[in-house]
Write a protein that binds this ligand. Structure first.
Ligand SMILES: C[S@@+](CC[C@H](N)C(=O)[O-])C[C@H]1O[C@@H](n2cnc3c(N)ncnc32)[C@H](O)[C@@H]1O
Length: 181
């Protein structure tokens, strides 16, 4: 399964930190990359720095048109899952989404907003999913959705070509320095 995050509505400066965290959560929890519907290269640079140091091949593409991205994704057979508090409750639809994602070739685009999300996104989505029907945060919604989708397997993922890797310990901090190869 390939998962890509589409981040909409990013406001320059104001959303820099939140959007960076959306990307970091996507990277850490099993997404292949993030499409950013805004022209803010600073987010891309921050996430690339993390990927270089901590490994994996997460991509960030900045300045995408969200409508084109969704259209192309669907034309190529991908499914679109929009996270919104107005949607169907995660617990009621996750079974159906997992069933769809069983196929190795399945592709899921997870859309998260910032401020008001255009109605076209609700219409284009295969699923509008609420991580609980209360307002909270795109970072939290994305993390929980990715975890429910992958049933925790993403937490054990290994990241290749890392310059630095954590050796989990009960107390203290232990790291292994790799060669980034
Ligand atoms: C801070 S919210 C702003 C929502 C905005 N007021 C609206 O009317 O769409 C930003 C994003 O967080 C995500 N989000 C917030 N609460 C959510 C929830 N309960 N379930 C799923 N996603 C949620 C959505 O992707 C939303 O676009």
């Amino acid at each position: 399964m390939e998962i890509v995050v589409l981040r909409l509505g990013h406001r320059l400066e104001r959303d820099k930190r939140v959007t960076t965290h959306v990307g970091l959560v996507g990277r850490a929890l099993g997404a292949r990359g993030m499409l950013l519907a805004a022209d803010d290269k600073s987010v891309e640079r921050s996430i690339k720095r993390v990927t270089k140091r901590w490994g994996g091949d997460f991509f960030v593409k900045t300045g995408v048109s969200w409508s084109e991205a969704i259209k192309n994704w669907k034309q190529e057979g991908g499914k679109v899952c929009h996270l919104t508090m107005y949607g169907e409750n995660l617990l009621d639809v996750i079974g159906e989404i997992r069933e769809d994602a069983k196929n190795e070739k399945a592709r899921i685009m997870v859309v998260v907003g910032a401020e008001k999300v255009p109605y076209e996104v609700f219409e284009a989505a295969d699923w509008n999913v609420a991580v609980g029907n209360q307002p909270h945060s795109e970072i939290a919604a994305l993390a929980l959705f990715l975890d429910y989708l992958q049933q925790g397997k993403e937490l054990k993922a290994l990241f290749e070509h890392a310059e630095i890797e954590i050796v989990p310990t009960r107390k203290g901090k232990k790291v292994k320095i790799g060669d980034g190869e």
